[in-house]
Ligand binder design. Structure first.
Ligand code: HEM
Length: 500
């Protein structure tokens, strides 16, 4: 019996030791990939190679890719244009994990090649100029909630947690855009009414489900969420086989429930609305035949991509502007001049006329690009121009947006906030592909105009009414949070408002 047990133990030991040896050999071999090809590289460290962004106290992905960029930029950045635009057909995918058993992950951001192209063609119709103009009215309606909240802060002379306030505004905008009517009457009927268990008036209900889910998508990961994320990034094929999900279960459940209830309600009651969901419902019922799973996944992605990027841009623009009184005054003067030409009303055309505002937003996106690293995956072997190096199918490419945006060669004194960098004259002399806040090429940001518009409306709402200063409560430097994939700050931005 004891000999049998010993044999059993030795067997287990042998399996364990062999597995460890095989893993070690595999890791060593993988770490030698660039050395074997004679390409300059950073020595990877066990167990996370060159990336430790998923472990507590790690480094944000944008900061890691900036470090790579600073080390190797002498190799030339021209290949970025080839990869994103000219030779896009060899780099159509983003390499984001998706898993059929978690249908919400199969969205336009993650979809590969042909599936992505079909989805992009369908969804592009959502962002026409006419739709943007209609959307503008809805954004203005949502800015009423922002106005009220700001008034309260100013009267009570309390610090404004700007990311939270901007997050409420953009959540309402995107929530309404996705699911609710563009007409005032119907919007009023639904805002805050919890018609389908949703409340989308984040200012009145800061813990409304839409807002709670929004916060959760980017910042709240428990141990299992973290483990799932880790597996989906480092072992995607294995993760797909065992059904690992990279989006939190309750977030996924919320979107499936909400979208299903809303679609059922509209179909049963023959309700038609002028919003994204209607467009997707029409597609579902047309020859395009979008499934309910795809429809829900796209709704989720628009929500996730649409609110956080713009709320952090608004917050960081105000962070910079609060510390530069001369820039703030110039912006306010422009706002007043333009608004006075439009009877004091914020209109679509008035926003388009505010050139210095556009420059300030562009400069914020240079200094603080929410998507600080863009990814592409090589989808067919690719010969890198002027080299004998073949980029192999399946290889991941990181495009170091933060590194490019902070490079003193293209942006002298790069940490200084200076909207004049984006004057017409300076824009003309800029090198291509050194400014990529919305990506580039066929897979660039589909919501670019939407994002800029809601950011500008929020800024006009704040700056045309209040002088903004940075509260001493703000801990500096802000620092980049390693735990999220968008560039988020570790420390909150607190502002003080004084009516002008
Ligand atoms: C300031 C605001 C925003 C910024 C900085 C931003 C940035 C980006 C970036 C860098 C990408 C990747 C581009 C690439 O890979 O080349 C992206 C993709 C995307 N964004 Fe945005 N975004 C913003 C707002 C929005 C909004 C408001 C929406 C929707 C309403 C949106 C929807 C999307 C979608 C669907 C994609 C995937 C496009 C595709 O794969 O075809 N974004 N965004």
């Amino acid at each position: 019996m004891s000999a049998l047990f010993q044999d059993y133990l030795s067997g287990i030991l042998l399996v364990v030791v062999t597995s460890l040896l095989v893993t070690w050999a595999y890791v060593r071999y993988s770490y030698g990939y660039w050395k074997r090809r004679n390409v300059p590289y950073l020595e990877p460290k066990f167990p996370f190679g060159n990336s430790n962004s998923l472990i507590p106290k790690g480094i944000a992905i944008g900061v890691i890719s900036k470090e790579f960029y600073n080390r190797f930029k002498s190799m030339g950045y021209e290949m970025i244009g080839d990869i994103m635009v000219k030779d896009f057909q060899s780099f159509t995918d983003r390499g984001i994990y998706q898993c059929e058993s978690d249908p919400i992950s199969v969205n336009i951001f993650a979809q590969p090649g042909a599936e992505w192209r079909a989805a992009r063609t369908k969804l592009t119709t959502v962002f026409t100029s006419a739709k943007m103009k209609a959307m503008f009215l809805l954004m203005l309606e949502c800015s009423e909630g922002l106005k009220e909240a700001l008034e309260k802060f100013a009267q009570e002379k309390t610090d404004v947690d700007m990311l939270e306030v901007a997050g409420c505004f953009t959540t309402d905008v995107i929530g309404l855009y996705i699911c609710f009517s563009l007409t005032k009457r119907l919007t009023k009927q639904f805002v805050g009414s919890c018609a389908f268990g949703i409340s989308c008036n984040s200012f009145k209900h800061p813990d409304a489900e839409f807002r709670r889910m929004g916060r959760k998508i980017f910042t709240e990961f428990n141990f299992m969420d973290r483990l799932n994320l880790f597996l989906s990034i480092y072992a995607p094929n294995f993760s797909q086989k065992i059904g690992v999900r990279n989006i939190q279960k309750d977030v996924s459940k919320f979107f499936f429930r909400t979208v299903k209830d809303t679609v059922d309600y509209r179909e049963k009651n023959n309700v038609q609305r002028n919003d994204l969901l209607q467009l997707l419902i029409d597609m579902k019922n047309s020859e395009v035949q979008m499934s309910m799973n795809e429809l829900t996944a796209q709704v989720f992605l628009f929500f996730a991509a649409g609110f956080e990027t713009s709320s952090s841009t608004t917050t960081l623009a105000l962070f910079e502007i609060s510390q530069r009184p001369e820039i703030q005054e110039k912006l306010r003067k422009e706002m007043r001049d333009v608004l006075s030409k439009h009877n004091g009303q914020i209109t679509y055309d008035a926003i388009a006329e505010m050139k210095y505002l556009a420059q300030a937003v562009d400069e914020t996106l240079r200094l603080w690009p929410p998507v600080s690293t863009i990814t592409r995956v090589c989808t067919q072997d690719y010969q890198l121009k002027d080299t004998d190096l073949t980029v192999e199918k399946g290889l991941f490419v990181l495009i170091p947006v933060l590194g490019l945006h902070h490079d003193p060669e293209y942006w002298p004194d790069p940490t200084r906030f200076d909207p004049d960098r984006f004057s017409d004259e300076n824009k003309e002399s800029r090198k291509p592909f050194t400014y990529l806040p919305f990506g580039e090429g066929p897979r660039n940001c589909i919501g670019l105009r939407f994002g800029l518009l809601q950011t500008k409306i929020a800024l006009v709402t704040v700056l045309s009414r209040y002088k903004v200063t940075l509260s001493p409560k703000t801990v500096l430097p802000l620092g980049a949070d390693p735990q999220t994939f968008v560039l988020q700050n570790l420390n909150r931005v607190y502002l003080n408002l004084e009516q002008v």
